[in-house]
Ligand binder design. Structure first.
Ligand SMILES: NC(=O)c1ccc[n+]([C@@H]2O[C@H](COP(=O)([O-])OP(=O)(O)OC[C@H]3O[C@@H](n4cnc5c(N)ncnc54)[C@H](O)[C@@H]3O)[C@@H](O)[C@H]2O)c1
Length: 279
């Protein structure tokens, strides 16, 4: 019997892999569940985790991965529903129904299945547990991902809230993380794409550095920890201030006053002139 055991889907790459590394560092036993046998085997070997070939859209596969965690480690304390793909893209007038449905199966059905089978096992053991779902800032607006992806991630956020309410009595916490742009093969594949993304994010994202998988793993690490005992049904946005900054419309008003060397009070249409000081 180990101290703590987790199932991490999509643990072969990017955010999932960084989460596996963090949990292993903290002494957790981990089952990596991923569709990619090559990267999954390599990640598991390197990080000292177990590996299961799993398609997260398949109920048998997800149920099997949960059972594997319980069989191998004697327990399951956390499920990180993190596997994902970009999914259907293109104009809404052209997207095939099959591609739309496949996107929802990989991004939403998967989370339902991880909750269903993870919570069943946790409930049976009676020790509570933590479930973390990887949503996205794309869940909160239309401008951060393809349409099906954004709609699916919005569904993941709301499913997180419903599950948190239902499972609280069993001391099973359910939370989400909403990453912004994180440098992984899914978001920016290759040096050229990374350079292009960095140039765009320098204008949109307040924090000067690009997001790393480890930044999201730290938030997941907190949410599965005992320190988050009273946190459930919540989301932690890990996006370098991207969402907080909103549409960044300062340019429409002539630029940020501070950047123009001005400070003072704008009194609107009151007829009272503004006070403007040069600084
Ligand atoms: N990278 C970003 O900028 C970003 C931003 C917001 C949200 N996310 C979300 O973070 C999660 C992880 O993405 P990432 O950026 O680390 O991508 P990634 O491509 O590096 O890793 C995703 C992993 O999921 C696996 N996977 C895909 N489909 C699967 C399936 N059906 N069954 C099992 N495994 C499957 C892949 O094989 C891969 O190992 C995803 O849910 C993604 O939507 C990423």
């Amino acid at each position: 019997m180990t101290e703590r055991a987790a199932l991490v889907t999509g643990g072969a790459s990017g955010i999932g892999r960084a989460t596996v590394a963090l949990l292993r560092e903290r002494g957790w036993s981990v089952v990596v569940a991923d569709l990619n046998r090559a990267t999954g085997t390599a990640a598991a070997e390197e990080l000292g985790a177990s590996f299961s070939v799993v398609d997260v859209s398949s109920e048998d596969d997800v149920a099997g991965a949960v059972a594997r965690c319980v069989d191998e480690f004697g327990r399951i304390d956390a499920v990180v529903n993190n596997a994902g793909v970009g999914g259907a893209f293109g104009s809404l007038t052209e997207i095939d129904v099959d591609e739309w449905d496949w996107t929802f199966a990989v991004l939403v059905r998967s989370v339902f299945l991880g909750i269903k089978h993870g919570a069943r096992a946790m409930r049976a053991a009676g020790n509570g547990g933590a479930i973390v779902n990887t949503a996205s800032v794309a869940a909160k607006s239309g401008g951060a991902g393809p349409q099906a992806y954004s709609a699916a991630k919005a569904a993941v956020l709301n499913l997180t809230r419903s599950a948190a309410e239902e499972l609280a009595a069993d001391r099973i916490r359910v939370n989400a993380v909403c990453p912004g742009l994180i440098v992984t093969p899914l978001a920016v594949d290759g040096a050229a794409a990374q350079e292009k993304a960095a140039a765009v994010m320098a204008r949109r994202q307040p924090w000067p550095d690009m997001g790393r998988p480890e930044d999201v793993a730290e938030a997941i690490g907190f949410l599965v920890s005992d320190g988050a005992r009273f946190v459930t049904g919540e989301e932690i946005t890990v996006d370098g201030g991207l969402t907080a900054a909103g549409p960044r419309m300062h340019e429409a008003y002539g630029g940020r006053p501070g950047e123009r060397g001005l400070t003072g009070v704008n009194r609107g249409s009151t007829g009272v002139p503004p006070t403007i000081r040069r600084v």
